[in-house]
Design a protein around this ligand. Sequence first.
Ligand SMILES: Cc1cc2nc3c(=O)[nH]c(=O)nc-3n(C[C@H](O)[C@H](O)[C@H](O)COP(=O)(O)OP(=O)(O)OC[C@H]3O[C@@H](n4cnc5c(N)ncnc54)[C@H](O)[C@@H]3O)c2cc1C
Length: 436
Amino acid sequence: MTVARRLGWRGATIVNVQNSMLFTPMLPEVAGGVIEMRNVMTPLAMACPHAEIIPGRVTDLALEDRCAEVETDGGVRMHIEYEHVVVAVGAVPRTLPIAGLTDNAVGCSTVLDALYLRNQLLRMLAAAEMEPDLERRRRHLTFVFVGAGFAGVEALAELHNLAQDALRYHPTLRDVRQRWILVDAAPTILGQIPSRLGQYVHDRLVQRGVELRLGTRLVSVVDGRVALSDGTECDAGMLVWAAGIRANPIVARFGLPLDERGRVRVRSTLQVVGYEDVWALGDCAAVPNPATQGRIDPPTSQHALRQGQRLGKNLIAAQEGLGLDPYNFRSLGQVATLGRREGIADLRGLHLKGLSGWLAARAVHVMQVPRVSQRIGVLGNWIASLLFRGSLVTVAGLVDAPSLSTGSTSPVASPVRLPAPSSPVPKIEERAYRNE
Ligand SMILES: Cc1cc2nc3c(=O)[nH]c(=O)nc-3n(C[C@H](O)[C@H](O)[C@H](O)COP(=O)(O)OP(=O)(O)OC[C@H]3O[C@@H](n4cnc5c(N)ncnc54)[C@H](O)[C@@H]3O)c2cc1C
């Protein structure tokens, strides 16, 4: 999208699975019911008015023939000939050969993931309130997150916030223990940020009652039973997998030169090594950055955006027969929101935490939202979330978890599919009596 915007009236053809660009930094707040999903999805046709938008999938690239094979969302197969091709197919969740993982876990990298996580959390709370069997109730109130990077920590913090909001409407659960478990193989959380800020987030999560299992791995998850390498076993109502990403494996099928991590190798001009008319950027590419002594850029939208701007300029220069300039960008820093009025920011050495960290994180994020209408939408959502509690609406039919990798869908545990209770269903008045 950034490249096509830079090309402007020169025009471009964008083939993308969705007809929109997802602004992922705010995805945790979509899961937490703070931000409405449409405010983080930028319609490509609006953002790139001169571009032709083809919702669909590129299934192959014939580099010699300068031709892309496309299957549209409507099932039409077509070949698109090009002068230049830009590969920006992003990353996919990195899954590991763990028993039951892809059938039981949910990612947190798509809008469907975010909607499902919110829905599942609220459904678990409602199911727990009605559940007479203590074991099942405990299971409904156990939430396990694997991966203590930004995606995992922010998703946990926002969903934990939503659960505390929802308790107001589940009085019988107020004194019932919820288990929030954050697992990571590394010895610390948020390893990418300065340790002082990481420790602050660690302490805040512990104060909120989150169990941190560091230096620990997920061993298996079968029928909702989670087993960790430290010997912990528990039945979980939700298992969230946020343990890293890998370059979209489709780039291997395109026959492009890849590095040891499966990323497309590019020069500092963002042309693919060995090609003049093939370009790549973003999470699927290994982009050397002179500003960091040639180190490969981390997979962030902050970097992808600047790569896109440089690539767009270089594409125009290439078309006009002018010289190309190297990409060069010094990171602005890193920010994270941790639920209501809580956040951290590391802005080129300025460390902020708590309310100031939260305000800084939100300011940085809203400034990057592509369209003014969306920024206003986000600001509106934020103001509403300061005045009112998070949205507690669930979507009854949204019971199957989006796939972590294969498209098969089987949520860990779902109230709709609750197994028969161990004892006969008590009558309503009996239940009310028991609650009291
Ligand atoms: C939960 C979460 C939070 C994040 N928070 C931040 C943050 O706060 N700050 C930050 O800087 N970064 C953040 N990131 C990282 C950021 O999202 C990525 O680095 C950025 O989106 C990479 O941009 P990209 O264009 O390479 O890939 P993407 O934005 O992922 O776009 C790739 C596009 O390619 C499409 N596609 C894939 N395969 C095909 C195909 N075969 N044919 C057609 N289309 C295809 C995909 O559908 C997708 O739309 C976060 C990521 C996640 C998941």
